[in-house]
Design a protein around this ligand. Structure first.
Ligand code: ATP
Length: 330
């Protein structure tokens, strides 16, 4: 392996820069040249590249976003587009590619591997929704960013004795909402993976909290929940007549300085990815499992399903009062 390429694709996540730096520096350490490909598959198709040397990735780990930009490419979804991408690899003499992104990015890598390009994926998404890995780069920073905003919201909710319904990102998954809910001490958390009985699981915890003297309430809703935060807020308003306000945290959760956990995880994953390519491996995804960095076949990884962490969900229910209400009813 003489020359590899690295790119970021799909939604960006804090820590992607640390992964780019690690890929570039590990490659250089092994005597392999590293080319940065800008704007994901779009850049691969259009030969939008910049060679990465030791200095060009200096100091980027502490920055949010991705220095290589990220994009979604419709052209890459059709065979002609993918042929052009392979053409770029041939033109530049790229022997291997590291793609940092989510499921969609891995599907793209799988297609490229079928066309003879060696590929390795690194899970980078704030949603933590990659089934083969217990952790994805960006999740920790996104949790902390959401918490910062929620702590501030709590101040004003408290002053006005309101109910705050906060929508947290996560696409179809509730991992981020659940962790944020536990960390901020929410009154209740609503995620798409778990059906809840609104009367028992949401209104009663609010009423119980009110009866014990609380006058403000924090409800965390994952964006994948049907009706979103506005739908949940409407239900609360109707059932309790509380002054209920919706806050959608949105894309701020994707930004900010990466936490130490994201920087270190990204650094390890970048290192492992290059090691695999250098060893002649292809079609793998780097994953974290039981605190170990391991790798999986991409197709196998894509066929796995990730369920919500039931232990954390149980802890959340116990601490919010959602579980207690049920036990009392029985
Ligand atoms: P996030 O989880 O943040 O959304 P992602 O990697 O899943 O990240 P996508 O937009 O789904 O983001 O995918 C990124 C890009 O990967 C797409 O724009 C497309 O170019 C490519 N891609 C996705 N699915 C496929 C597929 N089935 N075949 C080929 N390429 C694909």
């Amino acid at each position: 392996v003489r020359r590899i390429g690295v790119f970021t694709s799909g939604g960006d996540a804090p820590g992607m820069n640390a992964a780019i730096r690690s890929v570039a520096r590990t490659a250089l350490h092994m005597g392999i040249e590293c080319i940065g490909i800008r704007r994901g598959y779009h850049g691969l198709i259009n030969c939008d590249v910049l060679p990465l040397d030791f200095e060009s990735v200096s100091g980027i780990s502490r920055q949010g976003g991705t220095m290589l930009y990220s994009a979604r490419s419709k052209e890459f979804m059709v065979p002609e587009g993918r042929e052009k991408a392979v053409g770029t690899c041939k033109l530049l003499g790229i022997d291997g590619l590291v793609g940092i992104g989510g499921d969609g990015t891995f599907r793209g890598l799988l297609e490229l591997s079928k066309l003879g390009v060696s590929v390795v994926g690194i899970p980078g998404t704030i949603d933590n929704d990659i089934a083969c890995s217990s952790y994805t780069i960006g999740f920790d920073t996104a949790c902390n960013t959401a918490l910062d905003s929620i702590d501030k919201l709590r101040d004003t909710m408290q002053s006005h004795e309101r109910c705050s319904v906060v929508e947290v990102m996560g696409r179809h998954a509730g991992h981020l909402a659940l962790y944020v809910g536990v960390a901020c001490g929410a009154t209740a958390v609503v995620v798409p993976e778990q059906d809840i009985d609104y009367e028992h699981d949401l209104m009663e915890p609010i009423r119980r909290a009110r009866l014990s003297g609380r006058t403000h309430f924090m409800v965390i809703v994952a964006e994948g929940v049907e009706g979103g935060a506005y739908g949940v807020a409407e239900k609360i308003r109707e059932a309790t007549a509380l002054d209920t306000r919706v806050t959608i945290l949105g894309h701020v959760q994707r930004g900010g300085r990466p936490s130490s956990r994201d920087r270190v995880t990204a650094t390890y994953m970048g290192y492992e990815a290059v090691k695999l390519l250098a060893a002649g491996e292809s079609n793998r995804v780097i994953c974290l499992q039981d605190d170990q960095y391991v790798d999986f076949d991409i197709a196998d990884a894509l066929s796995m399903k990730k369920s919500l962490d039931q232990q954390t969900y149980s802890v959340m229910r116990a601490l919010t009062g959602m579980e207690q209400v049920r036990l009392k009813d029985q």
